[in-house]
Design a protein around this ligand. Structure first.
Ligand code: ARG
Length: 473
C-alpha cells in the first residue's frame, strides 16, 4: 500500500486549502479492507456506465472506453500489479483514479449522477449476494451429509436426553434430522435476507437522487437486482440487510455450536457414541492418548465473534440520523469476518460429516441405562385401563425397585412387576425393549425408523429441488 498521492490528487480536493493530516488520512481510509469489494465495485461501475450511455449522458465511445479501462484495472488487481493508495481513501476512488490514469479525461465522467454513498450501498449488496449463494450451497451440502447419516443410522438406538439425563430411547437418524431441521430454518432465513436485500440503490446518489435522466430499472436489470430501491434517503443509509445477514449467521452459529457441544460430549471416552476421523482432530503435546475434537470446539468458540459482530452492527446503526454517515464504513469488517467465519465453519462441518463413525453397540448400551423405557411401561398400563397419573406412580415404584436391585425394568420377572400392578401381562416385555419403544413412536415427527426414512426421502426431494433437479431422474 502506498501513500504517495498529494492533496491535489484527492478526487474531492477542490475546496480544500491544506493537505489532510497524515494520521487522519490513515484513520479515515477504508482501502485496507474494502479493496476486497473491487470486483463488485467494477461490476457496478460498468452497469452505471452502460445506463449513462443508454440515456445519452455518455457517448457510446466513452462508455466503451470506460468499460475497457475498468476491465484492464480488474486484470491489474487480479494479477497483483495494482498499487492501492491510502491517500485515495477507499476502493472506489482507487479504481476511479486508476481508470482516469489509464483512459484519460473520459474516466472522470464515470462518476456522473452517482455518489460513493449509493456506490458502496450497491457494492456491498452485490458482494453479499454472491457470498450468500456460496454459503447457501455449503449449508445444503452439510444438510446432505446429515441426511446420509440419518438414513444410514435410521435403526440405530441411542439414548434421548432431557436435562442431559436419560429420557427415552431415540434413533440416531432421528437426532441427525433434528440438526437438519435447524439448518433448514437457517436456510430459509438466508433466502429471506437475500430476497429483501436484492434491491438496487444506484441513482440515490449522495442522498436525494440525481438531476440526470437516469434509468434505474435498466441498471437494476443489468446487475440482476429485482427492482430499484424505493427511496433515495433510505437507499444510502440502510444496512438492515447486513444486520439480517449477521442475524442469520448468529442463529446458524448457535446451531453449529450446539452440534459441536454434542460432538464434543459424544467423542469423550465416557460417551464414546461417535468417532471423528483423525484428520479432523489433533493430539496433545504432553498426553499421548489424546485425540481432541478441535473442529467442533473451534466452531463452538467462533460463535462468540459472530454474536459480537452482530452487536457491533446493531450498535453502529442505532444512533444515526438520515441519510449516509461515515459511521457506515464500520459495517465492512464485521460483515467480511462473518462471511469468512461462516464459510469456514460450514466447510469444516460439511467435509467432516460423511466420515463421522457411529458406535452402534455403545449408543445401544447407553440407551439401556437410566430406565429409558419407563414411559413405555406407563403407556402400556394406560392401555390396560389405568389413568396416566396412576400409571406414572406405579412405574415410579417399579423403577425404584429395579434401581435398588441394580437392574433394568426388562430384567424384572413378571411376578415382580405384577407386585406393582396385577394387570401387567407377559406382553409387557415387547414394550420394554428399546426397539419396541422407538417403533411405537410412528407418527409424523416421531423417532420410529420408518418415520426417519420418510423424513429422509422428503429432505432429499427438498434439497434436489434446490439444486434444480429431481430425485426421479
Ligand atoms: N468508504 C466509504 C464507506 O465505506 C464509502 C462511502 C464514502 N462516502 C462519503 N461520503 N464519504 O462507507
Amino acid at each position: 500500500m502506498s501513500d504517495d498521492h498529494k492533496a491535489a490528487d484527492k478526487l474531492w480536493g477542490g475546496r480544500f486549502s491544506e493537505p489532510t493530516d497524515a494520521f487522519v488520512e490513515r484513520f479515515t481510509a477504508s482501502v485496507g479492507f474494502d479493496q476486497r469489494l473491487y470486483h463488485h465495485d467494477i461490476q457496478g461501475s460498468i452497469a452505471h456506465a452502460r445506463m449513462l450511455a443508454k440515456v445519452g449522458v455518455l457517448a457510446e465511445a466513452e462508455r466503451d472506453s470506460i468499460i475497457e479501462g475498468l476491465e484492464a484495472v480488474r486484470q491489474d488487481i487480479e494479477a497483483g500489479r495494482f498499487q492501492w493508495s491510502v491517500s485515495l481513501e477507499d476502493v472506489h476512488m482507487n479504481i476511479e483514479a486508476a481508470l482516469t490514469e489509464r483512459i484519460g479525461v473520459t474516466g472522470k465522467k464515470l462518476h456522473t449522477g452517482r455518489s460513493r454513498n449509493d456506490q458502496i450501498a450497491t457494492d456491498i449488496r452485490l458482494y453479499l449476494r454472491d457470498e450468500i449463494d456460496t454459503i447457501a450451497a455449503e449449508l445444503n451440502r452439510l444438510q446432505e451429509g446429515l441426511v446420509e447419516l440419518a438414513e444410514q443410522e435410521a435403526d440405530t438406538i441411542m439414548p434421548g436426553f432431557t436435562h442431559l439425563q436419560s429420557a427415552q430411547p431415540v434413533t440416531f437418524g432421528h437426532h441427525m434430522l433434528a440438526w437438519y431441521e435447524m439448518l433448514d430454518r437457517d436456510y430459509g432465513r438466508l433466502m429471506d435476507c437475500r430476497g429483501r436485500m436484492n434491491r438496487m440503490p444506484l441513482g440515490a446518489a449522495a442522498l436525494a437522487g440525481t438531476s440526470y435522466p437516469i434509468d434505474r430499472e435498466y441498471t437494476a436489470q443489468l446487475l440482476g437486482f429485482d427492482a430499484p430501491t424505493a427511496n433515495s434517503l433510505d437507499s444510502v443509509s440502510d444496512r438492515d440487510f447486513a444486520i439480517e445477514f449477521l442475524s442469520f449467521a448468529s442463529l446458524l452459529l448457535t446451531h453449529l455450536s450446539r452440534f459441536s457441544e454434542e460432538l464434543v460430549l459424544w467423542t469423550s471416552a465416557q460417551f464414546s457414541f461417535v468417532d471423528l476421523p483423525d484428520r479432523f482432530c489433533t493430539g496433545s503435546s504432553i498426553m499421548p492418548q489424546k485425540k481432541n475434537p478441535d473442529v467442533p470446539e473451534l466452531v463452538r468458540g467462533k460463535t462468540g465473534r459472530v454474536y459480537g459482530h452482530l452487536m457491533s452492527l446493531l450498535t453502529l446503526m442505532k444512533g444515526q440520523p438520515l441519510a449516509y454517515n461515515k459511521d457506515n464504513q464500520e459495517d465492512k469488517e464485521p460483515v467480511f469476518d462473518v462471511v469468512d467465519t461462516v464459510k469456514g465453519c460450514l466447510k469444516a462441518y460439511a467435509d467432516m460429516m460423511p466420515s463421522v463413525g457411529v458406535n452402534r453397540n455403545r449408543t445401544r448400551s447407553a440407551a439401556r441405562q437410566g430406565f429409558a423405557t419407563a414411559t413405555d411401561l406407563a403407556d402400556y398400563l394406560v392401555r390396560k385401563g389405568l389413568a396416566f397419573r396412576d400409571a406414572h406412580e406405579v412405574v415410579g415404584q417399579a423403577v425404584a425397585h429395579a434401581d435398588e436391585n441394580q437392574c433394568d425394568l426388562e430384567d424384572l420377572g413378571l411376578d415382580e412387576l405384577q407386585q406393582f400392578c396385577a394387570d401387567i401381562g407377559e406382553d409387557v416385555y415387547q414394550v420394554l425393549t428399546l426397539d419396541g419403544s422407538v417403533q411405537a413412536r410412528n407418527h409424523i415427527g416421531g423417532t420410529a425408523p420408518e418415520q426417519v426414512r420418510g423424513a429422509v426421502a422428503q429432505a432429499r426431494e427438498a434439497l434436489a429441488r434446490r439444486r434444480g433437479t429431481t430425485t426421479q431422474d
